[in-house]
Write a protein that binds this ligand. Structure first.
Ligand code: SF4
Length: 432
């Protein structure tokens, strides 16, 4: 399987008044093409911070302090990839919502209460599929032109078509420039000499300026009939939004597009959030606890929907959850996180049959079973304070197998058997 995205030794801190919260402690994960990958662990273990770091949307006072986030699907050389932590913010803007999308935990807080559903779902088309929307609008105008008999109406449609054609050619020229800059940035990526660094900074600035120029506000200034222009483009976008909502099982999408989030149920709001994430057919969908706060039947519907979408339009899914049952049901591979560290990574069957890390073993023992009699097992102790985390292996204060080396050095993540990785000295004899 080819890699899609990878984090390498990622460290993210939060500077708070109490001290520095070391939320990620060298997290290395890989999501492959075509798989559903799960990131599982207790609340506060760093799952959401990991994916926010991957998308570079860690909010202040958070900061990525070290490591790499490498994407492979946009790289000219797939074995090398592109480290997106070194790319400009506008590069990330072109990536987010287009190639990588995210469904956040709470649908109700992800949606803007004062914008219509149609506008919010349509934003991805407006921003990332602008060329396609313009081309389709031009085609529609051409069809209307050939069917129009009146001289004045034909003239007006010709004027409209001219405006859209002009915007399209401007946009294509900008995109060609951006491609050229990306190509040059890629060639310079690994170079660290002074001239190359200066050139990279210059190219990133130039790219930012081009992206701004190709934005709607800048282009709209050139057109005298802005309201008409926007209405006409919105008509094309709305058609796509309605098709998308219908394909996601939203009843009566023609009416829903004019509605607002508060008019919808929790399950329907989550479908709208999924629609926003899927508008551009991302290669990676990140689902951050997508079913929290939904009742059980709606949870099942949303999970089934994501599973079926994975089969049809998304290449890979990264699932964040603390629900091991969900991991068993939907994921191909999974990593168990503990206090900002990856404890274990394996295929889901292998992870459930043969957990290696003492924390993963404890977690699996604490899952209620149908034949369960008596009290559930728990892991003694509690999750550490990450302002002053335990030294060495962060699990050592709670670990029943603690050894002398455990508090001294962080255990490396080693491949214990094919595809089964674990970070624990029990499997290295405490030697590494
Ligand atoms: Fe336990 Fe040591 Fe393994 Fe950590 S490294 S899980 S403390 S045995």
């Amino acid at each position: 399987m080819e890699k899609l995205i990878e984090t390498r030794e990622l460290y993210t801190d939060f500077n708070t008044f109490e001290g520095v919260v070391k939320a990620l402690n060298g997290v290395s994960v890989v999501v492959n093409e075509g798989e559903t990958y799960g990131l599982v662990g207790e609340s506060g273990c760093g799952k959401s911070v990991t994916v926010r770091s991957m998308m570079r949307i860690v909010q202040a006072p958070g900061r990525i302090v070290d490591g790499k986030v490498v994407i492979f699907f946009r790289a000219e050389d797939r074995s090398r990839g592109i480290d997106i932590l070194r790319r400009s913010e506008t590069y990330m803007t072109s990536l987010r919502g287009d190639s990588i999308s995210m469904i956040f935990q709470e649908a109700s807080t992800s949606l803007n209460p004062v914008l219509s559903i149609g506008y919010q779902v349509g934003e991805s088309f407006r921003f990332h599929r602008r060329t396609q929307m313009l081309e389709e609008t031009i085609q529609e105008l051409e069809a209307e032109l050939s069917g129009s008999l009146f001289f004045l109406a034909r003239g007006w449609k010709r004027t409209q078509r001219g405006l859209f054609r002009r915007e399209l050619s401007v946009l294509k020229a900008y995109e060609a420039d951006i491609d050229r800059i990306d190509h040059e940035l890629y060639a310079l990526e690994d170079k660290t000499d002074r001239d190359s660094l200066r050139r990279k900074a210059l190219l990133n600035r130039r790219r930012d300026r081009l992206r701004e120029k190709s934005g709607l506000a800048e282009l709209a200034k050139r057109f005298p009939f802005l309201s008409f222009y926007q209405r006409r483009l919105d008509r094309t976008i709305t058609r796509h939004v309605v098709e998308l909502l219908r394909s996601l099982g939203v009843a009566n999408p023609e009416r829903i597009v004019d509605g607002y989030p508060h008019e919808l149920s929790g399950g329907m709001q989550q479908r709208i959030v999924i629609a926003i994430a899927l508008a551009c057919h991302p290669v990676l969908l990140i689902a951050d606890e997508p079913t929290s706060n939904l009742d059980v039947t709606i949870q099942a519907q949303i999970i089934d929907l994501i599973k079926s979408l994975k089969e049809s339009i998304i290449s890979s899914v990264l699932f964040i959850t603390h629900d091991l049952g969900l991991v068993a049901e939907v994921c191909d591979r999974a990593s168990v996180m503990y206090a900002g560290d990856i404890a274990e990574t394996a295929e889901v069957r292998e992870l459930f049959r043969n957990p290696l890390h003492p924390y993963a073993q404890g977690l699996l023992r604490s899952v209620p079973k149908v034949e369960q009699v008596g009290e559930l097992e728990t892991i003694p102790g509690s999750v550490p304070n990450l302002i002053d985390p335990p030294s060495g292996c962060r699990f050592h204060p709670r670990c029943p197998h603690r050894m002398e080396v455990c508090p001294q050095r962080k255990p490396p993540l080693i491949e214990h058997s094919e595809g089964h990785w674990v970070a624990c000295y029990l499997y290295t004899d405490g030697e590494q």
